[in-house]
Design a protein around this ligand. Structure first.
Ligand code: B1M
Length: 227
């Protein structure tokens, strides 16, 4: 039996448990992540702290070793699945704040890009802040965004891209909105690890959102500005 199999998560203190969850996320251990999330919640941690300190931070570490060629796609997929399992426990709790509805949003990852963890996190946090969110998934061509906007008439369009090769597609979407004469009907928010403020401005978005909390802040501020 290896040392890892001897670890009883509930016997670890908070710091040790969070550390162990980073390791378990790295190893793609879905059940252990679910157990860890439940233990931290049981100890009175807020869903937001569990999300940011145990899950998002763990994924950041996975990203470093993926970049450096230490982890490969199949392993990172397992980490992503474990992360999603943890997120699905937190989702209803984050949405439970009872915040009054403040607006609505269509959000999706752009064409050619299948990364969805960050986008889903933004969707969860927006829901928790009182937004009605229509999450249209991954790999979205411009037609999907237009269709969803026509159907749901949101205040906000959110786009996510995690690859330097897919982020320019955001400009295709904004330019098409301009051609159709609907650009100014929506607040356009963009996000994803390789983006920055200058890029957002360049593609004609209203704001760049560094993370999910910033997305909520910017969404609320821009809606208030337009009211
Ligand atoms: Co990918 N991948 N990946 N990957 N992957 C990155 C992005 C990469 C940086 C890894 C690396 O090299 N360090 C790199 C991109 C390099 C580049 O473009 N310069 C990369 C690569 C190269 C690839 C492939 C090409 C690998 C290959 O096949 N050889 C391939 C591409 C597939 C495709 O999309 N066509 C690929 C595949 C995958 C997996 C499938 C294995 C998996 C995705 C699983 C999934 O999402 N279901 C995966 C993962 C997990 C990652 C990393 C490790 C983690 C991404 C993540 O989930 N982060 C990532 C490394 C990294 O980003 N450091 C990497 C956690 C998440 C909470 O953060 O997504 O940044 P993030 O979201 C944040 C903010 O960015 C912001 O808020 C979120 C929450 O705070 N935000 C928004 C995001 N979207 C927003 C939208 C908004 C607002 C804010 O709208 C309003």
């Amino acid at each position: 039996m290896s040392d890892e199999e001897d670890i009883i998560l509930s016997e670890l203190n908070d710091d040790e448990l969070v550390q162990q969850m980073h390791d378990d996320l790295y190893d793609g251990l879905k059940e252990e992540i679910e157990e860890g999330v439940n233990i931290l919640l049981g100890r009175g941690w807020t869903p937001y702290d569990v999300l940011t300190q145990a899950l998002v931070e763990g994924m950041r570490i996975v990203g470093i070793d993926f970049r450096d060629g230490i982890l490969f796609v199949p392993e990172v997929l397992m980490s992503a699945n474990a992360m999603k399992a943890g997120m699905s426990i937190l989702k209803p709790l984050l949405a439970e704040t009872g915040a009054p509805q403040v607006g609505s949003m269509v959000i999706g990852t752009v064409k050619g890009d299948i990364h969805d963890i960050g986008k889903n996190l933004v969707a969860m946090m927006m829901e928790g802040a009182g937004f009605e969110v229509h999450n249209i998934g991954i790999n979205n061509p411009v037609e999907n965004y237009l269709e969803a906007m026509a159907e749901h008439k949101p205040n906000i369009l959110g786009m996510s891209a995690l690859l330097t090769t897919t982020m320019p597609y955001m400009k295709v979407v904004v330019d098409t909105m301009k051609e159709e004469g609907i650009r100014d009907d929506y607040i356009v928010l963009v996000g994803g690890a390789p983006l920055n403020e200058a890029f957002a401005e360049n593609v004609g978005a209203d704001a760049y959102c560094r993370d999910a909390a910033v997305a909520v802040e910017k969404a609320k501020a821009l809606i208030a500005e337009r009211a």
